[in-house]
Design a protein. Structure first.
Length: 131
């Protein structure tokens, strides 16, 4: 271990020409991320739709952040470049109007198609047999 430390500068960076250590075990970060996603999935399966509706009603900024994170990259890029476009918005309707004012018609329609597909997939995942 001391040999590795001696091969680094005062800021912990490897010195030029030295070979780095073995690093973390292959897949270790992925295992943590996988476990986290499984926990989120289990929680969502138990509380999903109710939690989403409650978030929308009680904490619109967080709800909108989640929606924005799920949007296609092109729409997210448009939102990220607006520098405070949504700061004055006090309702979901105002946010939608502001977003639509920044997107082209094609971008808006594509976003609606992707959102509709995601909602249908979610609804089919939540469907339970009758009876």
């Amino acid at each position: 271990m001391n040999e590795i430390i001696e091969q680094r500068d005062g800021k912990g960076r490897f010195l030029s020409g030295t070979k780095p250590g073995p690093g973390r075990k292959l897949g270790s970060r992925n295992a943590i991320a996988t476990d986290f996603l499984k926990a989120i999935q289990a929680d969502f399966e138990e509380h999903g739709l109710e939690a989403v509706e409650r978030c929308r009603r009680e904490n619109a900024p967080i709800y909108l952040k989640i929606v924005a994170d799920l949007l296609p990259k092109e729409a997210s890029d448009k939102i990220a470049g607006t520098d405070g476009l949504f700061r004055a918005c006090e309702s979901l309707n105002q946010v939608v109007q502001a977003l639509l004012s920044e997107l082209s018609l094609d971008e808006s329609l594509a976003m609606c198609d992707e959102l509709k597909a995601a909602l249908l997939l979610h609804a089919s995942d939540q469907a339970r047999p009758i009876g």
